[in-house]
Structures are given as C-alpha cells and as structure tokens.
Design a protein around this ligand. Structure first.
Ligand code: AMP
Ligand code: MG
Length: 352
C-alpha cells in the first residue's frame, strides 16, 4: 500500500483515539503495568499498548506483534519490490505469481467484499489510486480522459485466484491491485493474535486510527474510545464509545487529501465515478469483531453514502457504525445507540 508521511496529522489522531490511555494511571487494580511501543509501520504511526505483570513478557509480546505487522507490510505493500502485490501488479497480463497464504486470504476476502458492497469496495482500484496519487509526491488533478481510461481497468473479475496452487494472476495488463483499504485492518487483527498468543489479555493495537481494544481495561471496565472530529484542523473527540474485544475503524475525507482550485480531493475513491467519493458524509466509524471487516466496511460505507452505507452496516451481523455528515449530524446504528456519548455539542445525533 501507499507509503504516507502525514505524521503530524497521525500523531494528533493517535493522541485523540488513545486519550483514555493518557488519562489512566500506569498501575492497575490488578497490579498490571502499562507498556507501550510506537513504530512507523505500514506507512502510518502504529502504537501498541499492553498491560502485563511482567516487563519481559510485555516487551516480547510487543516486539513479536510489530515484527508480524512488518512481515505483513512486506507481502502486501504496493511499493516494496518483492512484495506479493508488487509482483502481481508487475506480472499483470504476463503470468501468475505465487503468493503468501495471508495475501491469498485477503484477496479472497477482497473479492467477497466487492460483491457484498456492490463494488464500492474494490481492491482492483490501483490504476485510479495511482492516477490521483493522493498523499504521495505525485498527487495531482487528473484529466477526465485519464480517469475514464483508468476506470476501464478496475474489473475485479480480471483477477484469477487459485487457492490450491497458491497463485494469483491479473489478466488485464493495466489493472493494479491496492490493498490500502484492507491491509491495515488485517495487520491490526494479526497484531492482536500475536499479543494473545503471548499471554496478553488487555491492550490496544492502533495502526493510524484502525484500533482493536483487546479485553477490558485492566480495572475490568470497558475501554473508552474517542471518535475524531472530522473537521479539518480540529483535533478533539466529538464522542466516545465503551467497548471490550472490539475493533473500531474510521474512514474519513479529512485523513488524506490535496486542494486544487479551492476544491479538496480526498483519498477514498468512488469506483463508479473514478473521483473521490462525494456524498453528505465526512466520516464513517465501524465497530466490529475484526479490524479487517471494519477497515473494509468503513471505506465501503463512506463510498455508498449515508442511506446505503447505514443500510450495509445494519445488514451485517455484529457490525455497528457511526456516520457523520458535513452538517455535523451523527447517525448511529441500532446496536450503538445506548453506547455513544456525545462530547462536542456541535454534533447532534439525529436518528435516535
Ligand atoms: P481507508 O482509509 O481505510 O478508508 O482506505 C483508503 C485507502 O484504500 C486509500 O488510500 C486507497 O489505498 C484505498 N481505497 C480508496 N478507495 C477505495 C475503494 N473504493 N475500495 C477499496 N480501496 C480503496
Ligand atoms: Mg478501510
């Protein structure tokens, strides 16, 4: 996936989403101590917080979790040569490529989600992502002709997957895969798995705002996770929710963008138009059992817009969401209505 350098914005994001950590004391009632590590990873700022009665155990868990996330980046990045995605894109139209089982799983999931989301989530969107280059050095406003041409190379049916052989092949020579909308969530889930395998029961994995809250807080209460203010240049939490063993992922138009001719162009592309998705929405937060699902559904619901986005979230068991519009209206799915606490009165829940 694309390497991003908006560190300042990311730092703010992290400070906000982990506000509760800063507020909690280091020693818990169970005499567990907080250990934290931050690394630049997957083009974002990753922070893992664990609680443990042993420094050695905590440090081992932290370092193993980060190594595993690093391995994921090495197979799924679009830019690292020798990654599976890089190789698949390079060999598009030429030959099939052997891929890692984790890449295989994500490609299969990507295809499934392409159908569940009516094509609004599309891992074959690479040609458009490249054209816009949002967040990269080459970002620019493409011409309508360039967009129309790139749009003819995002047909996911052109991806051939053979699970038995462990290979994949892009038939269209001009099609490019981009796992930027799913890989971070997947990496969060794998990081959580590693923590659990290493005896950690309470903690937080946060990769640039894709968060998993493992267990409860060590005092037995649920984690309180802040929902970012989607306004540009503002850094408060507009609301918070209480969760345990849940993923919280947000897709927003404020996360990465550029401005040209007074218009802002952001990084979530509507595959049906080829342009950054335009709707009444400015952010979608998804609460779900895995961050892989949350990452996909938040991006897809953002593209679908308020009505269909909320419908998609309500239709999926175990999935909830908070959708915020340009008018600071907050729409909450049925499972979260009694959970969401508004902290900024400029924002109003309107569908209660
Ligand atoms: P997120 O920040 O999770 O909403 O994902 C945005 C990232 O996913 C972008 O930076 C692209 O790499 C990729 N992306 C953008 N639009 C789409 C889309 N419609 N379907 C799948 N991936 C997308
Ligand atoms: Mg996503």
């Amino acid at each position: 996936m694309l390497i991003r350098k908006r560190l300042k914005a990311l730092c703010c994001l992290m400070v906000l989403s982990l506000l509760f950590v800063a507020c909690s004391s280091n020693k818990s009632s169970k005499e567990l101590t907080q250990f934290k590590e931050t690394q630049l990873i997957l083009g974002t700022l990753g922070q893992i917080t664990v609680y443990s009665d042993s420094e050695k155990k905590a440090n081992e868990a932290l370092s193993k979790a980060f190594s595993h996330i690093d391995e994921i980046e090495n197979v799924m990045s679009t830019s690292k040569d020798s990654s599976d995605i890089f190789n698949l894109n390079k060999e598009a139209g030429l030959q099939s490529v052997e891929i890692d089982p984790s890449t295989m799983n994500l490609l299969i999931k990507g295809v499934e989600y392409y159908h569940t989301t009516k094509g609004s989530f599309n891992i074959a969107i690479g040609s458009l992502i490249n054209l816009w280059g949002i967040g990269e050095e080459w970002q620019k406003l493409p011409s309508k002709d360039e967009i129309s041409e790139a749009k003819t190379h995002i047909d996911l049916d052109q991806l051939e997957i053979s699970k038995e052989k462990g290979t994949a092949f892009i038939k269209d020579p001009d099609m490019l895969l981009d796992l930027g909308g799913i890989a971070k969530g997947y990496a969060v889930d794998k990081g959580v798995d590693v923590l659990k395998e290493n005896g950690i029961e309470n903690g937080l994995v946060d990769l640039g705002g894709d968060v998993f809250a493992l267990g409860n807080k060590p005092d037995g209460n649920p984690w309180r996770i802040g929902i970012n203010n989607p306004e540009i240049g503002v850094n408060n939490s507009i609301a918070r929710i209480s969760v345990a063993n849940k993923s919280i992922v947000t897709s927003g138009d404020y996360e990465r963008y550029f401005i040209e001719n007074d218009k802002r162009y952001h990084h979530i592309i509507d595959p049906s138009t080829g342009f950054p998705s335009e709707s009444e929405l400015v952010s979608v937060t998804v609460v779900s059992d895995t961050s892989t699902d949350g990452d996909v559904i938040s991006t897809a619901a953002f593209v679908l817009g308020l009505g269909e986005g909320l419908e998609l979230i309500e239709s999926l068991p175990g999935v909830d969401g908070i959708l915020i519009t340009k008018n600071k209206e907050v729409y909450v799915s049925s499972g979260l209505k009694d959970n969401l606490e508004i902290l900024d009165d400029d924002f109003k829940v309107v569908n209660n």
